[in-house]
Design a protein around this ligand. Structure first.
Ligand code: HEC
Ligand code: HEC
Length: 337
C-alpha cells in the first residue's frame, strides 16, 4: 500500500498536463502574454479551507471552543500542576516546542518530536504512528501519559469540578447534566484545535490568483516539489496524505507504525507530517534529529525519491517551504481560575 518507498512517478504526468495546458492557452489567447509560467502548477495544491471538517457528533460552538481553549492552557490537569498542552504545543513557537524530543512530567524526555497542532483539524490521523484517528480520540492521551502530563483522567475531572468557572463554562457548552466529564473535555479540546487553521500564506494567496504573492524562486521550488514527486505524499490542503511511509531518518530506531499494527511492513513507517508552517516547526522528523530545513529536504530526496537534489534545487524548495507559513491564529490567552 503506502508503506513502500516507491519513488512516485509524477514527472512525466505533470509535464504531460503542463504541455496540454500550454496548448490550451495557445488556442485561447493568441496575443496575450502568459504572465506566470508556473501558473499550471496551481492545480496540484489546495488552499487552507476556512473551516476544518467538523464531525457530526461534535458541533463547533463558541462555548465549546472557549472551554477547549481554557483546557489547552490549563496546567492544573497535570500531575505536577505546571504542564499544559501549550507547554509543548507552544503558540509562540508554531505550536511546538523547538526541542528535538518533548520534555514532560518530571523532566522526562519522550521518544518523539512534538508535532505542531496548527491545522491538525485537517489531518486524517493523529500522532507520528497514527494511533488515534481523530482529535477527540487523541485529546485525553497526553493528560494521562506518564511522560507528558501524568494525571489520571478522573483526577483531572475532579480538579476541574473544584472551579466554579469551569462548572459554569462546561454547563454553557454541554448542558447542565454532569457536563465535566472526559468525553466533553475531549470534545472541547478537539473543537478548539479545529480553529487553529493558518490561512493566507503566500501559497494560499498565489492559489487565489495573486501572482506576486510568491517570489520566482518560491515558484521554481513549487515546480520542483511537484516534478520531483514530493507532492505524492505531501498533498492536500495541509500537505500531508495522513498516511504512513517507511523511512529511517538519521539516528532513529523508532519502529513507528509497527508499534500500532504489528505488521512487518509498517516497521519504521511514520505519518507524513504537515508542511504547513514548516519553516517555524524545526527541528525536524520524528526524533527531531535534523535542525536545518535544507538538510531535511536533502534527506527526503535521498530516502524517499532516491535522488541527490542539487543544492540550487534544495534552495528553491526551501524558499517554497517558506511560502507555506500562514497567519497564526491570534487570540488573548484565556484567563484561568
Ligand atoms: C510533554 C509534551 C506534550 C504535552 C504536554 C502535550 N503534547 Fe501533544 N504531542 C507531543 C508529542 C511528543 C506528540 C507526538 C507523539 C507521538 O506521535 O507519539 C504529540 C502529538 C499531539 C497531536 C498529534 C499531532 C499530529 O501531527 O499527529 C495532537 C493533536 C496533540 N499532541 C495535542 C495535544 C493536546 C490537546 C495536549 C493537552 C491535553 C497535548 N498535546 C499535550 C507532546 C506533548
Ligand atoms: C513517500 C512519501 C514522501 C515523499 C515522496 C516525501 N516525503 Fe517528506 N516526509 C514523509 C514522511 C513519512 C516524513 C516523516 C519522516 C520521519 O520523521 O521519520 C516526511 C518529513 C518531511 C519533512 C520534515 C517535516 C517535519 O515537520 O518534521 C520535510 C521538510 C519534508 N518531508 C519535505 C519533503 C520534500 C521537500 C520532499 C520532496 C523532495 C518530500 N518531503 C518527499 C513522506 C514523504
Amino acid at each position: 500500500m503506502h508503506n513502500k518507498q516507491t519513488p512516485p512517478k509524477l514527472r512525466s504526468l505533470s509535464s504531460g498536463i503542463i504541455a496540454a495546458a500550454a496548448v490550451a492557452l495557445g488556442i485561447g489567447a493568441s496575443s496575450s502574454v502568459v504572465a506566470d509560467e508556473f501558473a499550471q502548477y496551481r492545480q496540484f495544491f489546495q488552499p487552507i479551507p476556512s473551516l476544518a471538517p467538523i464531525p457530526a457528533d461534535n458541533s463547533m460552538t463558541a462555548e465549546k471552543i472557549e472551554v477547549g481553549k481554557m483546557l489547552f492552557f490549563e496546567p492544573r490537569i497535570s500531575g505536577s500542576g505546571v504542564i499544559s498542552c501549550a507547554t509543548c504545543h507552544n503558540p509562540a513557537l508554531g505550536y511546538t516546542d523547538r526541542i528535538p524530543r518533548a520534555t514532560g512530567h518530571d523532566g522526562q524526555v519522550g521518544d518523539r518530536n512534538t508535532p505542531t497542532v496548527l491545522n491538525s483539524g485537517l489531518f486524517e490521523s493523529q500522532f507520528w504512528d497514527g494511533r488515534a484517528d481523530t482529535l477527540e480520540e487523541q485529546a485525553l492521551g497526553p493528560i494521562e501519559a506518564d511522560i507528558e502530563m501524568n494525571m489520571p483522567i478522573d483526577q483531572a475531572v475532579n480538579r476541574l469540578k473544584e472551579f466554579p468557572i469551569y462548572r459554569e463554562k462546561f454547563a454553557a457548552a454541554f448542558g447542565d447534566k454532569d457536563p465535566i466529564n472526559p468525553d466533553n473535555m475531549a470534545q472541547a479540546m478537539a473543537a478548539f484545535q479545529r480553529t487553529l487553521l493558518t490561512p493566507n500564506s503566500p501559497l494560499d494567496r498565489y492559489l487565489a490568483g495573486d501572482d506576486g504573492a510568491m517570489t520566482t524562486q518560491q515558484k521554481r521550488g513549487m515546480k520542483s516539489f511537484v516534478d520531483r514527486g514530493c507532492i505524492a505524499c505531501h498533498s492536500g490542503p495541509a500537505m500531508t496524505d495522513s498516511r504512513f511511509h517507511r523511512i529511517q531518518v538519521p539516528g532513529s530506531t523508532d519502529l513507528g507504525r509497527y508499534l500500532v499494527t504489528g505488521n512487518e511492513s509498517d516497521k519504521h513507517a511514520f505519518k507524513t507530517p504537515t508542511l504547513r508552517n514548516v519553516a517555524l516547526t524545526y527541528p525536524y522528523f520524528n526524533n527531531g534529529g535534523v535542525d536545518e530545513l535544507s538538510d531535511a529536504i536533502k534527506i527526503m530526496g535521498r530516502e524517499m525519491l532516491r535522488t541527490e537534489l542539487p543544492n540550487r534545487e534544495v534552495a528553491d524548495i526551501e524558499a517554497f517551504m517558506h511560502a507555506l507559513t500562514g497567519d497564526i491564529p491570534e487570540f488573548p490567552v484565556p484567563s484561568l481560575p
